[in-house]
Write a protein that binds this ligand. Structure first.
Ligand SMILES: [Zn+2]
Length: 456
């Protein structure tokens, strides 16, 4: 995969273009890429051993210099050589714990070379905003994993990238242009240009902008990609130069993935990341499941009793930022659930997450107390009725409210048809009520959830 870079590298020495002599920063990035490239194909046991070696360094640092862990983790745990059994004795840090910890999560003595702290505030789309901190090293790893993701999916670095996202100061409707894809690639090579617009921009305007920009790659949230694809289909519009789509920031369902791939005629690849943890997992280049970014995150998927989930089981995600020595997160429960996967036939030894299932509040609760993450591909219940946007809200054990954005309210017959189809899909005769709205608001962070339970 690194071969993919050879003809693109920037040289630091005037006149010398091949082989390129990289700048010191670029050399560090390339050396890291070389290791990432080799690490990924090592056996899972070897990767786990390296993670434990690194985790021990972090643990020792945390019990010596971070007030929160001094209080929570017995110092003796960090003394012996670390085993999976010892690791499991470390208490889990809930989001509430991180909120309450405040500045006690910051190391009193950051080792040299880790650079300045930067504050990370989550948007609050989780219903429970937290503050965390990164360092120059976590930032560098972020860039390295961004580059790894490009290499995995063999992107053509000369193409134009269009990015439609909620973050940043960009006002809806205003576009921004740059001559490169950003910091991950900039230090080592010249890429094609980038065009950015805020995802709060009105959809028609977004599509007009996309047609004008005609990018090779498109980056956005799954809900926004889906809405764009629906509009393309409605208008018979194709984005002829589009080669690939990258999604991030929300759950990507297989329904949305397939729909966008079919209508926009480009492969969708998904990224699982969070502001406080950075990259957690990237989609395998050959499959729809994800590989944990084990060099940066020690990820556990745990059953309710705290034991590791076996492949095929669903558990909650508990993650450790292995390289964050400024304000480490150790065994931090981010709030999401995932299904553990079998080793991947692609040959990578990086752990596999079969699918990401979201949060507890996205679970359907059945009257007998069973809970699961519901699957409701729109084609299974839409009954041929045009629907612009929808959201399910479970109000009680017997009642689900369906919020709809439609041209005109449905007839009683249509409501009846949809109700029947949904009862079948949800495997219970819930009372379904319809709520017609002009718009379904997004969270403060600009994100969208299509199923929320008020009782999960
Ligand atoms: Zn794989």
């Amino acid at each position: 995969m690194l071969e993919h870079l050879l003809s693109h590298l920037k040289s630091y020495i005037p006149g010398v273009i091949w082989p390129a002599i990289p700048s010191p920063n670029a050399a560090a990035m390339l050396s890291l890429q070389y290791q990432l490239e080799k690490n990924q194909y090592m056996p899972p046991e070897w990767i786990e051993q390296q993670q434990l070696r690194q985790a021990q360094q972090l643990l020792q640092h945390a019990v010596e210099t971070v007030p929160y862990y001094q209080e929570k983790i017995p110092a003796c745990l960090a003394k012996d050589s670390l085993t999976p059994e010892l690791w499991q004795q470390i208490p889990i840090m809930e989001r509430e714990d991180l909120q309450e910890a405040g500045n006690n999560i910051i190391s009193g003595k950051r080792p040299k070379g880790h650079g300045q702290l930067n504050k990370i505030q989550t948007s609050g789309s989780t219903g429970m905003p937290v503050t965390a901190y990164g360092t120059q090293i976590t930032r560098f790893i972020w860039l390295a994993l961004t580059l790894r993701e490009h290499l995995w999916h063999e992107r053509d670095f000369s193409g134009k990238l269009a990015s439609i996202r909620p973050e940043g100061a960009l006002q809806p409707g205003k576009a921004l242009h740059g001559d490169n894809w950003g910091n991950a690639t900039k230090m080592i090579m010249q890429t094609g240009p980038v065009a950015v617009i805020n995802s709060r921009t009105e959809l028609e305007q977004q599509l007009g902008w996309l047609q004008k920009e005609s990018p090779a790659y498109l980056l956005s949230l799954p809900s926004n990609l889906r809405a764009l694809a629906e509009l393309c289909q409605l208008r018979g519009i194709t984005l002829s130069k589009l080669k690939g789509i990258r999604s991030y920031g929300e759950l990507l369902t297989s329904d949305t993935r397939e729909y966008c791939q079919r209508v926009l005629d480009a492969k969708v690849t998904d990224v699982y990341s969070s502001q406080e943890l950075g990259y957690i997992a990237l989609q395998c280049p050959e499959h729809d499941h994800y590989h944990v970014q084990a060099e940066s995150i020690l990820l556990e998927i745990l059953n309710e009793d705290g034991t590791p989930s076996a492949p095929g089981e669903t558990g909650r995600i508990v993650a450790t930022t292995l390289l964050n020595f400024g304000a480490p997160l150790i065994r931090y429960a981010i709030g999401d659930y995932a299904e553990a996967g079998d080793p991947c036939p692609c040959g990578r030894g990086l752990p596999v997450m079969k699918q990401i299932l979201g949060r507890q509040r996205n679970m359907l609760v059945l009257p007998d107390g069973r809970k699961h993450w519901p699957s409701f591909p729109i084609k299974t219940w839409q009954q041929g009725i045009p629907i612009k946007q929808f959201q399910f809200i479970q109000k009680s054990c017997e009642h689900i409210k369906l919020r709809l954005v439609v041209e005109q309210p449905l007839t009683p017959d249509q409501e009846q048809q949809i109700t029947k189809a949904l009862q079948h899909q949800f495997t219970y005769p819930f009372k379904i009520t319809f709520d017609y709205v002009d718009e379904i608001p997004r969270s403060k962070g600009g994100k969208f959830e299509d199923f929320m339970s008020e009782i999960a």
